[in-house]
Structure formats: structure tokens, C-alpha cells
Ligand binder design. Sequence first.
Ligand SMILES: [Zn+2]
Length: 511
Amino acid sequence: MLKKLIPFSLLCLGSLFSFGQDIMHFDVDVTQNMDTFYVKATPPKKLKKANAIFQFPSTAPGTYQTMNIGRLVSDFKALDKRGKALKVELVDINQYKISKPKKVKSLTYKVAETFDTKLTELPIYMMAGSSIENDHTLINAHTLGGYFKGMQSNPVGIKILGKADWTTGSALKLKDGYYTATSFDELVDSPILSGKLTMAETKIADTPIRIFTYSEKGKLNSEMLLGEMKQMLESAEKFLVKLPVDNYTFLYYFLQNPSGVTGAWEHSYSSEYVLGEGEPNKAFLKSVVDIASHEFFHIVTPLNIHSEIIEHFNFEKPTPSQHLWLYEGVTEWASHMQLYRGGVTTFENYIANGIKQKILINELYFSPDWSLKRIADESFDGGEGAKQYGNIYYKGSLVASYLDIRLLELSGGKIGLRETLLNLVQKYGKGNPFNEKTFFDDLAAMTYPEIKDFTDKYIIANEALPHAEYLGKIGLEYTRVSDKNIVIKKKANPTENEKMLFDAWSVNLPR
Ligand SMILES: [Zn+2]
């Protein structure tokens, strides 16, 4: 995820399954009320006593935010086959207990949309929220769905009752009128945008890429975005050797006056963007593509490389993973680096956005006392944890930059962070999480023992980042002019080793 937290220009397969009787259906009516989803949930044929609790999500993967969706739910009813209401009890902010689960034929409830609902505590990021207006709806399934206890892994389908002429964008496949997913996790991983949208598509290598756009004033459309996006996707393909997805969908939602935190949210086969609607000029479109570069790169981490905490997502209780530095910091580094190594941005641009801006924002907007591990550990806490969270994109990205340089140094220019990530994808990959507790040791074991010192100092502890030393290793001269001014340029007389490392640093090394 990437939040637009600073008033800068920048802002942040399904496998096959039979459509059998164990599928949970959601019918979502967005026509009855402009601010409320009317939901009917039909459970798989027969519930058991162990399934008596219906759980609404407390959070969602990749958001690092406590949401407590139960707050938005009203009029929750469990009905038997004759339409008679069974006794239900709210046992927790996100949990309803049904007295006779075996008799449940369906559930009905209402859920307020998040865009137009004032939440004074724990407000929900717009890109992880929901909206209904006259000409569109944005659905993130965790904001209006849930699961019966013990059935998080059951197949699920969602049908949107909107307007007949609406276009719908989602990575999910449509089957018998329902967008279907193999599990509740996959449903949450697949946002749906429906309404008066524009659509454009292309192919990168063999991978179909689709863009759907809702633009409130009609200033932006999918065709414009695709033009800017192609270069980024092509450089991403070079960086990754081969795209690890067989299809990908971008969902864009532009609005005039955002009511909350805007940004973007990554998913396995799609990403979704809620952004202020700018003028369709080069600078604005570029800023949008920069965010897309970050989100798209998430197909590597956390989506292919993550710990068991992310793999077995806990919707009931927010549980942080200390490896946020990898999921967000490394992703942010890669989103800039892939553009530089792919020839989309110049060296000067890379240094300005990928290094200097990161150093300044890290220092000017965030507390110097928080290590990357602490940012991860306290990411769900609201308050100070939520305030410091944004630094994962700045300090986290810088640490990734220096980890790359350290790896290149130790390997004599043979293996950097990109190559290490590709090795990690091979070693782990989808469905095969790494060990949350031993990962730093495992990383050192697959690279160099010195990498353990690096992660100890700059991820677990909070040692000051050695900008001059690390940039110096690749022949760059770092000069601190003032609080707000840094000069980074190529050394006049770099050593042979520095020149060699700079050359290795500037390209995607051969695999
Ligand atoms: Zn992100």
C-alpha cells in the first residue's frame, strides 16, 4: 500500500474450483440507498454448531490498519427457511453469534459505505474503503462481507446489483453472475469497481493488462493512463525477468475532493487507486505511474515473498509482521530502481526521487527514534504508530538502497538486492511463506554473514543511516549542504572498484 501522506506531487489465480454447494454467496444491492450496501449472504448449504459466529474483518492484508468493519454494520438478521428471524447476539465489535446456526438460510444486513461515513476514531484509508454514488460503486469485500467461523477458506461469490449499463472491473472471474473467489482471502484480495468507467487493455509479453478508470469530472481515462503505463510495465518485466502473474488489472478512481487519506492498495492480480482528480498533463500522469510502479511491484513482495503471518491472514485480530521493511521498503526501492535500470528515468531523477527526497522526508516528517522493526510492530496501534508508519516508504526504501549496495559490494558486483529477491521468489513463492522469526538469519545464510550485521543495525536497531559511506561505495559523493539541501553527484576520481560497483548498480545483472 502507498499512502499519499505528504502534500507532494506524488501521492502511495485464482485456481479452479467447482462451483459447488459449499460456496458462500453475497448479493449486494447498491441501488436502494446512496450511502448503504444492502447485503444478503447465503451460506453454504448447511451450517454446523462450530460455524455459529459470523465474523466481519478487523483489518485487511497490506493495510496495516485496524478497521473494525463491524462498526459500519446495522440491521443484522439471520433468517430461517421461512424467513423468520433467528436470535443473534453481537458478541464482539466484529462478531455476531447465531443461536441456531443449523437453521440459517440467509443473512441480511446493511453496511455503511466508508467514503461518506464519518469515523472519528480509526478512519479507514479510502483505497481500502467503499463507495456508492449514482454512477458507480467501489467494493472492497472486507468492508461489507465476512465469513462464518471455520469457513474463511470456503469459495465465495459476490454479485453486485447496480445499473444495467455499468462496466465492471476486477481481477475476479465472473461465473453465473457472481464474481467468484476460492476463499474469503482471495475475495478481499480482489477489489471491484463498477459504474461509468473507461477501459483500456494491452499485453506485456504474454500477460494481458487491463485498466479501468472512474473519473468524477471525466478528466482522465484509461487510454491516457495506459500510454504512460506501458514503459513502466516493460521495465518491470525486465527487472523481474518474467512477470509472475498471468493477468493484471489496474482500478483507478479519481475524485475531486477526497474525504480521507488517498493512495493505492496492492493485490495479487490487481491494484486499486483512489486519488485526487488532477489535470491530465504529463506531470500528473507520471505521478500516477510512479505509484503504479510501487503497487505493481508488490506482486513480488509481500505477494510472493512473505512470512506465515501474512500467509494465514488473521481477520479477527490485527497481527503485525516485523518484515514490513521487506514488504513496503524494498517494494518502494524497487519501484524507483526498476524505472532507472529500465531507462525510464535518468540517473539524476533517480537520485532526486529515490535517495534525496527519501532522506529529507525521513528527517523532516518522522521521528528519528523509530527503527523499521518498531514501525512494523506498532503499525496497527493507531496514534503514534499510525503517524510513523509512513516512514516505511522513506527510511525503509533507503535501507533497501543500502542493502542493495552492500550486497553488490560483498559479491564483487555479481548479486544485488534485485537478484536476491528473485532468488527468494524461487526459494519461497506463493503459498510457501518464510519463517517470521528466523528470516534475518535465513537471509544472511543465503547471502553473506555480514548481511546479519546490516539487518541488526538498520532494521532491528536504529543506527543512523551512513549515507556518505554507502553512496561512496558506488562512487557517489554525498554532501550535506544544510538541513534541507543535499548534493549527491558522481565522484571526480572514483576508484576502479567504485566504478565497477556503479556499473553493476546501474543495470539489471544477468541471470
Ligand atoms: Zn505498498
